[in-house]
Structures are given as structure tokens and as C-alpha cells.
Design a protein around this ligand. Sequence first.
Ligand code: ATP
Ligand code: MG
Length: 408
Amino acid sequence: MKSQMLLLRFGEFTVKGKNRNRFDKTVIDHVKSLLKPYPRAKILKEYGRLYIDLNGEPADELIAILKNVFGIVSISPVIQTAPELQNIIDCALEFMSEKNIKDGTTFKVNARRVWKEFPHSSQEMNHLLGSPILRNFPGLKVDVRKPDIELRVEIRQHAAYIFCEVIQAVGGFPRGTNGKAMLLLSGGIDSPVAGWSSMRRGLEIECVHFFSFPYTSQRAKDKVIDLARVLAGYAGEIKIHLVPFTEVQTSFTQVGQDNLIITLMRRAMLRIATQLAEREGALALVTGDSLGQVASQTLPSMNVIGRATDLPLLRPLVMMDKEEIIRLAQQIGTYELSILPYEDCCTLFVPKSPTTNPNLRIVEKVEASIHELNNMIAEAVAKTETMVLRAGEAVSLSGDQVINEEWF
Ligand code: ATP
Ligand code: MG
């Protein structure tokens, strides 16, 4: 008669008219793929929400996994029973008996009659449930404002649901429902978070990483592949394009404008990423820039760098503080990898005083003076290697491995 379920509530995308079915289906497919290792769990769909009938599968484990599904805003463990008064009372009593009730614990009943043919109104149900609960648990007190336990009861046509917890989930849009973008993924803390934030808004992401053999090591590259693998855990699968950047990068060291090197490098990265985006059908670029964080992320720098591409340049972290970014990195599981001490191509050749206020005309002149720059860029695109990473693949590096290694 009664069963243990999880109630999954959908987010804001439910208002998006004709896309609704596609969005619903994407969430359901995502949930289905995550439930594969739990074959007894069954998915039931209802307007604006999903129910997972646990059938004995572990609620805590499933909640921890399903909290990360884009498009789900909250999860509640619920008991489902037939929509009849006595049934509901019995279930509510049993539900309360599993709670840790002490002398003075406060509660209230919050009943909602969604099925209007149920013979008792929401208000009546609050009393019809409240009285037997108070009789059975003498330590309990009613507090309608800020109760320790809010017993919620939803009465629908085919079932009644009893629950008290509402666990927050990631929300956003179902994965891949808002188009595709190219993420510039470095080995740092910021860009993986920018990637996750974009995926949370429903973007499908492909990653581009620039490396400079022999100045950067194989390990530095592996670290970035591992970071992309963590992102694949959220996306199902993810592509990473690995761009050999040595030639382009070293050409900038020979123009005698050391303070512009970072600006020139960033513009070249955007050009290459744009060509890859066009090839792969991506309609935007995403970076981990955060306003003011370093010289290349001042407003004048962003302005000159951003002009190297015609594509929309999305910077999900632009207004966030480093602490917030770090907190997110920890939450999504990229932080530990990001802080592994491998070199990035941008930390090489870093001038003593990179400009915070580059001049677009000068930058364009320098670029025009570099013979073959466009060819070098085209060649970097042509020599780019692409890998497909899938959710569940093991990450190859760990913090322990690094401790005994010596670097440069
Ligand atoms: P992150 O932590 O993401 O590396 P950061 O604070 O170190 O960011 P920068 O090194 O200035 O900032 O890089 C700014 C952005 O440029 C990065 O967030 C990333 O999107 C992009 N980027 C930098 N280096 C690379 C690289 N080697 N490959 C791909 N993208 C890069
Ligand atoms: Mg970096």
C-alpha cells in the first residue's frame, strides 16, 4: 500500500512553453542513466516533477547522485500511500515515529489538497492529522511559525505523499538544452568552474586546452584531461581539443613587447578556439575570467582581448570573488586537481609587468608584424588532437603522486 519514494522537483524551465517536453525528456534521460546501477528504482513522471520508487534501493545514495542533475531544484524523500483519510493518518504517525522527537520538539502539519474531490479541505486535514499526532507523541508541541518538523501532506488523485525534508539540488536547465559552447580550459581553479556553471545553464560544452611542449609537461596536460573527466561526470561525455601552442606562443616572445605577451596569447587562443567552435558547431566561447583578478582580466584587457573573436564570449565567473569560486570548485570536485602544482603555458614567459591597459591599435600592429601568424594559427588548429571523455572513467592523477616528484 505504501512505498518509499523520492520526489524530484523541476526548475524554472517548466515555464518555457513549447520546449517543455524536450526539457522534461532530457531530465528523465539523465536520471535514467544515473539510475542504471540501481535497477530496482523505478521512475514515475508527473506534471512538473518526477518520482523515484526506491523499491529498497538506498535513498541517501540516490539523493547524493540526483542532487547533481541539472534542472532539478529540490528533492524530498516521501512516503506514498492511497489518498484515504485513515491511510494518511496511519502513514503520518509512522512517518513521525521515525523522527527524533524529544520533549519540546515543535511541529506543524501543512496539508495541501491538490485533488479537489478529496472530502476534506487542506485546513481540515491539518487538524485531522495534527490531533492524532499530538496524542501519540506527548512531547511534541505545535509551532506554526518556525517548527522543527513541518509535516507536509499532498493529496492527489492517485496518491497522497507525506514528507518533511526539502533538499536543495543544483537547479538550472537540463543538460545540453541551450546549445553548445567551447570552454577554454586551463589547469587552474577558475575555468573548470566556468565550465560547470555553463553546463548548469543547459549549455553543452566542448573543451579546448592549449599546451606548449616542451615547456609544459605531459603531466600538466594529463591534469587538464582529468579536469575535463570530472566535468564529463556531469555531462555524460565531453570532448576535449588539445592544441599545440608552442609555435604561436614563442612567436610573441620575439617582438620586443614583453608587457603585451599575455594580451597577444589570449587573443591567439580566442582565434583558435573560434575556428574550432565553427568547425564543431559551437555558438559561443566560455572562459574562467573574473573581473580584476589578474592583469589580463581588467576591463581594458578584456576589451582588447575580446575583440579577437566575433562569437559571444561568456564569462560565468566575471562578478564572483575568488572565495566563492573556490567553494564551487570544492563542491563540484575539481579543486583538488586544480591545485596540483603543474605549470600552465600562460605561467611561462610571463613578463615582469604585464599591461593592465593594452592599446588595441598597438596590439593589432604587433600582430600584423608577425610574419605567418595566421598560418601558425591555422596549423595549430590543423594539428589539434581531440579526445572523447566519458562519465565514470577513473581520474589518472592524484595529489599523492605529486609529492615525491621534482619539477624543473
Ligand atoms: P584559471 O584558473 O581558469 O586558469 P586564471 O585565474 O589562472 O584562470 P588566466 O590564467 O589569466 O586566469 O586565464 C584566464 C582564462 O583563459 C582561463 O580561465 C581560461 O578560460 C583561459 N585559459 C588560460 N590558459 C589556458 C590554456 N592553457 N588553455 C585553455 N584556456 C586557457
Ligand atoms: Mg590559469
